[in-house]
Design a protein around this ligand. Structure first.
Ligand code: KIV
Length: 281
């Protein structure tokens, strides 16, 4: 199983690594079996799974529901639960309670928190009680209203220095890694070289130690033009639409179900077939 020590070793040995988001049992199982070392149950699920315009409406209950499904599907990956808006901002005690729920109720191995500043103290306390923390600086979607939209951060020298200081503070507080989102490549490179712990980039160029993408973006499940930093490795939205249309056409034309899909009196039990499909039995 991948641990936070392995993630540090990746950086120490110069091995670049991938992280992906996962939100359910099946995708977690597929990604885990494909050897993705870190699965993030991201609060991006609010946008790509639940259809909200931002991540702000996502609750702890939403996150736990999905995190539990992911931990049922994954065996090898390091599982990181993303602390949703207002699950840690009120106090250190609130953060400890929320992070504890991710570990105790949902089987997560670590949590991720957005921001620097007061989050640095929260990171210290969580690390002290044995809950590994992944930091997240730069474009932090929970600050969307303060940033005036989902905008690249750290373009000015002052902003860049602030982000670097936050990243250093998180490292000193015990974070085991830091997501750098939506920052210029030059800044991501400077932070990556300045830190001992690994950086994981998204929209932060090629210099970070690891990369993360939102699963639905890289699979081509999200609609519209992909953001510049996304590479689409598949076009599953088109594939799903094609399959659904073919199925509907077959039903309309009386081609499905065919004789090969019918159960005979002495055939295998439907329940057993279903279990094999779901659990790969
Ligand atoms: O919620 C999420 O998916 C994230 C990643 C984009 C890092 O925070």
């Amino acid at each position: 199983m991948t641990t936070v020590l392995d993630v540090q070793r990746f950086k120490d040995e110069g091995r670049r690594f991938a992280m992906l988001t996962a939100y359910d049992f099946l995708s977690a199982r597929i990604l885990d079996e494909a050897g993705i070392p870190i699965l993030l149950v991201g609060d991006s699920l609010g946008m790509v799974v639940l259809g909200h315009p931002t991540t702000l409406p996502v609750t702890m209950e939403d996150m736990l529901h999905h995190a539990k499904a992911v931990s049922r599907g994954a065996r090898q990956a390091l599982l990181v639960g993303d602390m949703p808006f207002m699950s840690y901002q009120a106090s250190v005690e609130q953060a400890i309670t929320s992070a504890g729920r991710f570990v105790q109720e949902a089987g997560m191995h670590a949590v991720k928190l957005e921001g620097g500043g007061r989050v640095i103290e929260i990171t210290r306390r969580l690390t002290e009680i044995g809950i590994p923390v992944m930091g997240h600086v730069g474009l932090t979607p929970q600050f969307v209203h303060q940033m005036g939209g989902f905008k690249v951060q750290g373009k000015t020298d002052a902003q860049a220095a602030h982000i670097l200081a936050d990243a250093r503070g998180l490292e000193q507080a015990g974070a085991f890694s830091i997501v750098l989102e939506g920052v210029p490549s030059k800044l991501a490179s400077a932070i990556t070289h300045a830190l001992r712990i690994p950086t994981i980039g998204i929209g932060a160029g090629p210099a970070t130690d690891g990369q993360v993408l939102v699963l639905h973006d890289m699979l081509g499940l999200t609609s519209g033009k992909a953001p510049k930093f996304v590479k689409r490795y598949a076009n599953l939205a088109e594939e799903i639409a094609r399959a659904a249309t073919a199925y509907a056409d077959d039903v309309r034309d009386g081609k499905f179900p065919g004789p090969e899909h019918e159960y005979s009196a002495n055939g295998s039990a439907p329940t057993k077939d279903r279990e094999e499909v779901r659990y790969g039995g």
